[in-house]
Design a protein. Structure first.
Length: 249
């Protein structure tokens, strides 16, 4: 797999994530997070002034070093760091209100922002159909994070369900949560209890989004997000010549 002359779902997804990062943000991603890793490297290449924080790794590593695998637990996100720290420091950062964005993912999510990462299916928790990776600190970060961004590289009714039965964590009522998929962006603003469809990507329609979403979508008209710019595509190609971005799609 490699970058083409035009853009596809991967590049549109990445551009949408890049645009969420604001100047001065402290931005975090955890383990098994190859997509936000590429996104944050590209955002640095675009000149965005933010602090790149990874789980048990380094702060502002040498982001021009191309990732050679989809793992986010290698020296690639460590070499060149100005500081290193552990998971407890990540929790403290968000608990102090100094973390701004957390890129997190999940196995399933519902309209209220309930996230499943631990178990799926089955009659009860002890007899579940599938055991997941667990929360990995999600339940500690989400309640404190002003802008949680859930990235999910699949958009289907198995992933986006009417109700998550066994929630690892749930969206904080007084914080925002954004869900970015290969088709669209959903947002839950502070004070709101459910996601609303915020925008769709240029190659899809609201009808396609509705068909592939497990909950009812009330919105009938939303903006179409601009395609990736030439600058965004160039940044992605520069920091990710091995096309790690395509790994999860």
């Amino acid at each position: 797999m490699e970058y083409g002359k035009d853009y596809g779902k991967e590049e549109m997804f990445a551009a949408a994530c890049i645009r969420e990062i604001q100047e001065g943000d402290n931005v975090f991603h955890g383990l098994a997070s190859s997509t936000p890793m590429v996104v944050m490297k590209a955002a640095k290449e675009l000149g965005k002034d933010f602090n790149y924080v990874t789980l048990s790794d380094g702060l502002d590593h040498d982001w021009l070093r191309p990732p050679y695998s989809a793992s986010t637990l290698t020296e690639n996100t460590y070499i060149g760091s100005v500081a290193t720290f552990g998971l407890d420091d990540i929790f403290d950062l968000f608990a102090r209100g100094q973390g701004h964005i957390a890129f997190l993912s999940c196995l399933q999510i519902d309209k209220t922002g309930r996230i499943a990462m631990s178990v799926l299916g089955g009659p009860d928790y002890d007899h579940s159909a599938l055991r997941g990776p667990g929360g990995a600190g999600t339940a500690s970060i989400v309640p404190c994070c002003p802008r949680t961004i859930i990235w999910k590289c699949a958009h289907d009714t198995r992933t986006m369900v009417p109700h998550v039965k066994f929630a690892t964590t749930t969206a904080a009522k007084d914080k925002s949560m954004t869900l970015i998929t290969p088709l669209c962006i959903f947002r839950k603003a502070p004070g709101e209890t459910e996601f609303k469809l915020d925008s769709i990507f240029p190659y899809t329609t609201i009808e396609e989004v509705k068909e592939n979403t497990g909950w009812e979508i009330a919105e009938t008209e939303v903006p179409v997000l601009d395609p990736p710019t030439a600058e965004e595509l160039a940044a992605l190609k520069k920091v990710d010549p091995n096309y790690i971005l395509g790994y999860e799609f």
